[in-house]
Design a protein around this ligand. Structure first.
Ligand code: PLP
Length: 393
């Protein structure tokens, strides 16, 4: 039995795995057993911000593993304190809770805003159409896509979705009973779709009027991914709560809920918790990641290279009518096609470049934040080759 057959026999069929068997990673590259080299431009779905086998991450993990790998949250743990201090001072927020994953950060936030809402006489919670919040029941309750929700009904009560970027729908659904609104300011899985300025402004005005909480889901767009610490900083939205995950554990599982003063006292001892959340090794790797990413030159380079790539993509768009739109926010990049993107992505894989297909027609590019012009040039060359080989419409 080969690995593919074994996988199919052993696992629930939830994942359609790629047809390559990775042995190791180094920088922006993955290598198979037969030493075939792949340029990874989706970095474990926005997790591997510093690429593979980064010396600072290896050092942080190695040092922490030798001290303790797990203590439980009965104990104060130095790596948790360090990461909490950094995230709170960078964000200017007040309190933090560490989870294991993105969806658990969302789930915990739902509990937090429900408790806050109960105190404040508000009970309705909204997500956005076309959004993605995770796979747990609470996260699914914030979403509208049948693809993820079918068969899992019933969802949580008093939940709904607002048509993303539709101001009149926002105005008609939100009122004094609204407790919280969750949004990705740049929808990731939805196809790299930004919130419009008009929608952001209306959201702010409605919050002033009704006093609900805004939750910015920064699980994909946070920690430098868009060239700023958080994706919402590109827009005029100031959230009350931020959720982060993906890169925050330096490649190990970790998520966090970051709350402003407004929600600082909602939780008391014992009302929420987790066995593994805030794992010290993940936190140590997270500190190493933040130390690298939050230097001036690091994010300057992300922004400079991203702009270089954007201009090259505009050239490519003028060459291929199949490219409908380009959406570039730092290293969170969507190329919308007039055709399905999956086959283009598959063809790029056979030529050694890994990108991702989302929202049917979008090529999603989420490179490691260490990727430079040379990596983007390889991607451009392969994309050009693949697009030029498509049958004429
Ligand atoms: C915006 C957003 N929120 C939540 C999640 C869920 O995170 P996780 O897969 O770690 O549970 C994801 C994952 O892709 C995401 O992109």
């Amino acid at each position: 039995m080969n690995a593919k057959e074994k996988e199919s026999e052993l696992f629930f069929h939830t994942y359609k795995r790629l047809a390559i068997e990775v042995e190791r990673g180094e920088g922006c590259y993955l290598f198979t057993k037969d030493e075939k080299k792949y340029l990874d431009m989706f970095s474990g779905l926005a997790v591997n911000a510093l690429g593979y086998a980064h010396p600072a991450i290896i050092k942080a993990i190695d040092e922490q593993v030798r001290k303790y790998t797990h203590l439980s949250n009965f104990f104060i743990q130095e790596p948790q304190l360090q990461l909490a201090e950094r995230l709170l001072s960078l964000s200017g927020f007040d309190k933090i809770f560490f989870s294991n994953s993105g969806t658990e950060a969302i789930e915990g936030t739902i509990k937090l805003v429900r408790k806050w809402g109960k105190k404040n006489g508000k009970k309705n919670i909204f997500g956005m159409s076309n959004g993605f919040s995770g796979r747990t029941m609470g996260a699914l309750s914030l979403m509208d896509k049948d693809k993820y929700r079918d068969g899992y009904e019933p969802f949580l009560s008093n939940f709904g979705t607002i048509d993303f970027n539709n101001v009149s729908d926002l105005n008609s659904q939100v009122n004094e009973h609204t407790s919280a609104i969750f949004l990705e300011c740049i929808q990731g899985e939805g196809g790299i779709i930004p919130v419009t300025q008009e929608f952001a402004e209306s959201l702010n005005l409605l919050r002033e009027k009704y006093g609900f909480l805004i939750v910015a889901d920064e699980i994909q767009s946070g920690i430098g991914r868009t060239g700023k610490l958080f994706g919402f900083q590109h827009f005029k939205i100031v959230p009350d709560i931020i959720t982060v995950a993906k890169p925050i554990g330096g490649g190990l599982p970790l998520g966090a809920i970051i709350g402003s003063k407004k929600v600082a006292d909602v939780w008391t001892y014992g009302v929420h918790g987790t066995t593994f959340g805030g794992n010290p090794v993940s936190c140590a790797a997270g500190v190493a990641t933040l130390d690298a990413v939050m230097t001036d030159s690091f994010l300057k380079n992300v922004n400079k290279t991203s702009e270089y790539f954007r201009l090259k993509l505009i050239d490519l768009k003028s060459k291929y009518s199949v490219i409908k739109e380009i959406r570039v926010y730092g290293y969170m990049i969507g190329i919308e096609l007039t055709i399905e993107s999956a086959s283009i992505v598959d063809q790029m894989l056979t030529k050694g470049v890994l990108v991702n297909s989302t929202a049917n027609t979008v090529i999603r590019i989420l490179p490691p934040l260490i990727a430079g012009e040379s990596e983007f040039n390889i991607l451009l060359k392969i994309l050009d080759e693949v697009l030029s080989s498509q049958p004429k419409a």
